[in-house]
Design a protein around this ligand. Sequence first.
Ligand SMILES: NC(=O)c1ccc[n+]([C@@H]2O[C@H](COP(=O)([O-])OP(=O)(O)OC[C@H]3O[C@@H](n4cnc5c(N)ncnc54)[C@H](OP(=O)(O)O)[C@@H]3O)[C@@H](O)[C@H]2O)c1
Length: 316
Amino acid sequence: VIGIIGDPVEHSLSPIMHNALFSRLNLDFIYVAFHVTPDKLEKAVEGVRALNIAGINVTIPHKTEIIPHLDEVSAEAQIIGAVNTVVNRSGRLIGFNTDGYGFEKAVSTYGGLSLKGKKIFLIGAGGAARAVAGRSLLSGANSVIITNRTWEKAEALVEDLKESFRKISSTSNAKDAAGEPRDLKCVSGIKDLNLKVIPWQKESWKQSIAAADVIVNTTSIGMNGKGNLASLIPWESVKDDAVFFDAVYAPVQTDFLIEAGRRGYKTVYGIYMLIYQGAGAFKIWTGRQPDIKVMKQVLESYLAGKGDSDVKRTGE
Ligand SMILES: NC(=O)c1ccc[n+]([C@@H]2O[C@H](COP(=O)([O-])OP(=O)(O)OC[C@H]3O[C@@H](n4cnc5c(N)ncnc54)[C@H](OP(=O)(O)O)[C@@H]3O)[C@@H](O)[C@H]2O)c1
């Protein structure tokens, strides 16, 4: 049994994705959703041990709070400060974060862009931003400039990341989402971390956006069609070869990405981050490479059934 714990959890697309993979590969696994409220988190983790559940995904609001209940946490998850995947290895619960990996794979596969040496303009400072910023820095991004409606949250995120890099970069190698060694020496110390906050204003965004290689939305603006981020972008400043990424995956094509695409920019959908974070978790639990096509197909048909056929329309 593999599970997902969260509150709420009914909206999760992970059961659909993983059960399709298990059945396609004929693996004797089943993926179930467990609604776990914050007051039951510790008992839920004990339950994973007691029932010998093979692994879990962890979603809001438990991604950070679960850390002290685990036996081991990968360096990447420590840096990000959140665990989204736990594997049960002979009774030892080991936590990973595959969200950042999902972002990186989505951008490299669909945006044709490696994060190494790149300048990232990051809109938002919540959970998704944490994973994007941490992974970008781990992968050798040149800089991450963060802007958020609530300044204090962005500042706190930057301070947290700097602190965790300070702690971790002095220690040995980490393991990335797919369990492969990741040399933390690429972050050669706190001095080299180019991570800062700028105010939530179109005017002050101009300079950073003009230099940005990747423009990333991790706010929930645009989710379920609510809000318009495109109107905040100083489009005249954006570089011709900039890549736009939106973490929001419902709808698949947000107004933000539609506008970027209309202006001729490469766009990467949040659904691919979702797929690749799932792929990273699948590999950790089963040791097998998942079939990305199957994951895409099941999500496409599920979302099409809910009236969102954007992925189909683009032929991706
Ligand atoms: N594709 C994926 O795999 C993936 C993974 C994780 C999350 N997501 C998506 O990413 C989005 C954010 O998730 P999260 O977990 O990071 O949420 P979160 O921790 O609650 O953070 C929400 C972020 O959105 C900002 N925000 C919300 N409403 C806003 C508004 N009206 N104007 C300006 N900023 C606003 C918040 O700013 P304040 O700090 O000012 O409140 C904060 O930065 C969601 O749509 C989620 O579904 C996708």
